[in-house]
Write a protein that binds this ligand. Sequence first.
Ligand code: AMP
Ligand code: MG
Length: 331
Amino acid sequence: MGNDSLWTVPPAEALRAGPGFRLEELDRAGTPGWTGDKDAAEDATTARGADLSDLQERLFAHGRTGGDRSVLLVLQGLDTAGKGGIVRHVIGMVDPQGVSLASFGVPTPIETSHHHLWRIRRALPQPGKIGVFDRSHYEQVLVVKVDELEPPEVNVRRYAELNRFDEGIMASGTTLIKVALMVSYEEQGARLRERLERPDKYWKYEPGDIDTRKKWGDFQAAYQEMFTSTSTGTAPWHVVPADHKWYARLAVTELLHGALAGLDLGWPKADFRPAVEKRRLAATMAEPDRVSTERSDDSSTPEQARQGDVAASEKKKKNPKKKSDKKDTKK
Ligand code: AMP
Ligand code: MG
């Protein structure tokens, strides 16, 4: 079911934090670019899931055949903003084998002993993968700035460092999608209350969440500065109003879909001759004990032939007396 017409402006455009972006003007219950309702959004998300899955498989196949492309979805947002829901409902629509997910919490002692980007580099997606960062290197200009976990004169230099880091990963073949999920103060309060009222949600709650909530204004200012300083032409931030989970999920689905489609990946070409392999397969369709293990010269690729030669000479080394097992059709 195509709901493309319900987008008046594509989300990559509608959500981009351009020059002069003012976070305080963002309607966090808004649905920028989308004119449909909740049901239509959920239908559109599900419909995109099939395309997303196909595109993800192309990326995976590309990685398996020597390609260097990958995608990295960076998710930022305060507690309850819905980062986990994006992972479950959006990333959950693609094959988990093609996803590498990393969550970044308070650094461990080992992580603290290294540069702050050390743990990030180790978690970058391999070629062919969709990487997802649940929080990211950008915490360095959010919680680290707000809680003054490093001197402000050091912290202020992080913006340029983060921009250089992003440029570097993009230069190595990674398509970067930076998403900030922005929930309102009221909605965060309601979601925290729900976590405290439902035993099945206790696990999501931490008493420290209230301490962070008390610094709401400081965090908003830090987010604003992050957008101003690190939403670049090549690696823009997408600021997603997150009070409606259905909108945020649809918007991120679209952003991810757009990034994967933009790679324009076809299916990798065979590095064997399909017609020859079909004949070889057909020859094995007889009773297993009547199948020849012999391989015709015609059927082997240079690589297979080379591997066959190595295997044969290894065998000879082990059984020097045995003349040949080539004619051994009966086992
Ligand atoms: P959660 O995402 O709810 O599991 O919480 C992870 C916590 O780790 C949040 O309170 C973050 O602010 C915190 N955190 C993430 N990165 C850093 C960092 N670099 N330094 C300090 N705290 C961090
Ligand atoms: Mg939390």
